[in-house]
Design a protein around this ligand. Structure first.
Ligand code: ADP
Ligand code: MG
Length: 312
């Protein structure tokens, strides 16, 4: 009220007083370490870990819950890829993409944490096996993922890690894409991104050309969407996931599963099986996401229409 107005008038009259000094909390995207109260671990992947915090500047328990992502290994300086992930999320605004809230910087910028909105139901991996999720809800989730992905592609980003573990659940009617750790920008006029990757890649979600030539494109996200759809339709059931299913396809149970073996399987036209209650038209749609010729795969725009028709 009064105090803030007087302060504002003071700043207008005296431009030398910077707002950041007089109003310490004027930038809502700056989170201070001392007000972050750790609640519990939410999950971790290969590179990052995500923790639930209460951000409580008033120190009376009235604060807000936020999800805080940090890098697993912190060694001195901030890796370039991590700042890219933060900048990408900061630039995305879509109902089906997790909301960026800000950053918490420590040690003069040597440690940076990403603050996001907290989605209480976790990822599809936690949500789907525990609930009775019918086909209409599965189709709705699938379509929402396509909507978030269509937006991402419209900004010329490829996700490269689309999977049930990276789709977050807000409530029974809304999912959002999270984890932009492998996301890359495809410059205008180019069609793919070539990477030299270590052994930590999510290979069972990768298109054939990603496994063989490290070529990532909009179409390789479509392949990963097909695998994500398979996960949704199996409700992320234990031992039904892509790694287990591909291992089952290998001849001898003793034969180790390698990227070479996976490539051979895919080249022989082996694909993930049809989930139990999966209608024929969905099975066809999934398999079109997995055609070898990437140019023949559907776009997210056409997938949205196809899913809409199936939902009718
Ligand atoms: P990584 O890059 O290490 O894979 P993710 O961003 O995928 O990290 O997060 C790891 C896990 O943490 C997710 O699979 C999910 O279970 C959980 N998680 C991530 N973000 C949120 C969030 N905003 N709200 C709730 N849970 C989250
Ligand atoms: Mg992840």
């Amino acid at each position: 009220g009064i105090v803030l107005r007087e302060l504002t008038e003071m700043i207008i009259k005296n431009p030398d007083i910077s707002p950041s000094e007089t109003l310490p909390d004027s930038d809502p995207s700056v989170f201070h370490k001392r007000y972050l109260k750790k609640m519990r671990c939410l999950g971790e992947g290969h590179f990052g870990k995500v923790t639930l915090y209460l951000y409580d500047p008033a120190n009376d328990g009235t604060g807000e819950l936020v999800a805080v992502k940090s890098l697993k290994q912190e060694n001195g300086q901030v890796p370039e890829g991590w700042m890219k992930e933060i900048d990408i999320l900061k630039s995305l605004y879509h109902i089906n993409i997790v909301k960026y809230k800000g950053c918490c910087t420590e040690l003069g910028g040597q440690v940076v944490q990403l603050i996001m909105e907290y989605l209480p139901l976790g990822s599809l991996m936690e949500y789907l096996p525990k609930r009775k999720v019918g086909m209409p809800q599965c189709l709705m989730f699938a379509q929402q993922i396509c909507q978030g992905m269509e937006y991402l592609h419209s900004k010329r980003y490829i996700h490269r890690d689309l999977a049930a573990r990276n789709v977050l659940v807000e409530n029974e009617g809304l999912v959002k894409i999270g984890d932009f750790g492998l996301t890359k920008y495809i410059p205008e006029g180019e069609i793919y991104y070539r990477v030299r990757e270590d052994g930590d890649s999510p290979v069972f979600w990768y298109a054939l050309e990603c496994l063989k030539e490290n070529k990532f494109s909009f179409a390789s996200d479509i392949w990963s969407f097909g695998v994500t759809l398979y996960e949704i339709l199996t409700r992320c059931a234990h031992r039904q996931g892509p790694p287990d299913k591909f291992r089952e396809m290998v001849q001898g149970p003793k034969e180790p599963m390698t990227v070479m073996v996976l490539i051979k399987l895919l080249e022989k036209q082996h694909r993930l099986p049809r989930p139990k209650d999966c209608p024929q038209e969905l099975k066809i749609l999934m398999e079109q996401c997995w055609v070898v010729d990437s140019a023949q795969r559907p776009s997210f725009k056409s997938l949205i229409e196809r899913l809409e028709a199936i939902r009718q």
